[in-house]
Design a protein. Structure first.
Length: 289
């Protein structure tokens, strides 16, 4: 196998006597995790370096003409966020996703795929889960009761979906140049006296919901994301401002999303670091990294 990794996405070429296949995964906002037994075209592999760990076998993505202006703006935004090198070095991410009274405490090792989730289930009962997103193996306790069998599998599936969705809400600006992401420049707009460059983001046969589309409004002065609109493959639409940009470690992250419909998402307790104790990903007891 030949491996080529970018930050947050992995492209693997498998040489066979018949043909070369490309396996590309792009984690997007509409991405849904599937059980490991679902269909033969879902492959789970460990990512070796700063890569996502759920990989979808889709065949070779067709070549798409590059929009040089859109890609240049995406590169400028990456630089404003801290730069590609610093993003690649941001191994561990920890944050609390807060929305409509729901709190999800997420810790993720981008290098190995280890993942910890502390949350409450639909019945309001707290649980703790640790798993590896590459192997889909993990453990969980609900109010101290260990889970197994089908119940554990369901919690692992839910946790995978939470990881895919909530990390994209936090990290989307870092994903614009991933394989399969197609950017188009759609002109400029002015909001509150601020000039914004509008980019259209779609996907070419990557991810589990390639029909998702996003419109990104990039501040021409700061080169940070001011706002995004989206229309997901399932029909869901949204319009949110990205506010509260702060530095965590060597990179910038926005701590608040304000929806045109009144919805509000907060990212609290953010940690970006090069190291965390192993017990964060092995213990089901409370830990303080």
């Amino acid at each position: 196998m030949k491996f080529r990794f970018s930050a947050g996405a992995a492209e693997i070429k498998a040489e066979t006597p018949q043909k070369t296949q490309e396996i590309i995964y792009l984690f997007s906002g509409g991405c849904q995790a599937l059980p490991a037994t679902s269909r033969g075209n879902i492959v789970i592999m460990a990512a070796m370096r700063r890569a996502l760990v759920l990989i979808v076998l889709l065949g070779a993505a067709p070549a798409v003409p590059a929009d040089e202006k859109a890609n240049a703006i995406a590169d400028e935004m990456m630089q404003a966020l801290g730069g590609r090198e610093n993003w690649d070095r941001a191994r561990f991410l920890r944050f609390t996703f807060v929305r409509q009274g729901r709190r999800l405490n997420i810790t993720w090792d981008r290098e190995s795929g280890r993942y910890r989730l502390e949350a409450v289930n639909d019945s309001g009962v707290p649980y703790v889960l640790v798993m590896n997103l590459a192997t889909r193996q993990g453990r969980a306790v609900v109010e101290g009761r260990p889970l197994d069998g089908a119940e554990l599998s369901e919690y692992l599936n839910v946790a995978s979906r939470i990881w895919a969705g909530e990390t994209y809400w936090l990290l989307a600006p870092y994903k614009l140049r991933d394989p399969g992401a197609v950017l188009t420049y759609e002109g400029e707009e002015t909001a509150g006296g601020t000039i914004q460059d509008r980019l259209h983001l779609r996907f070419e046969n990557v991810g589990l919901t390639p029909g998702d589309q996003f419109w990104l409004y990039v501040n021409r002065k700061t080169r940070l994301l001011d706002r995004w609109r989206f229309r997901l493959q399932g029909g869901t639409e949204g319009d949110y401002r990205w506010t509260g940009w702060e530095r965590f470690g060597r990179i910038l992250l926005a701590t608040e999303r304000l929806g045109a419909n009144g919805d509000r998402i907060l990212f609290e307790d953010i940690i970006v670091t090069d190291s965390l104790p192993d017990e964060v990903f092995t213990s089901l007891a409370p830990v303080n990294p």
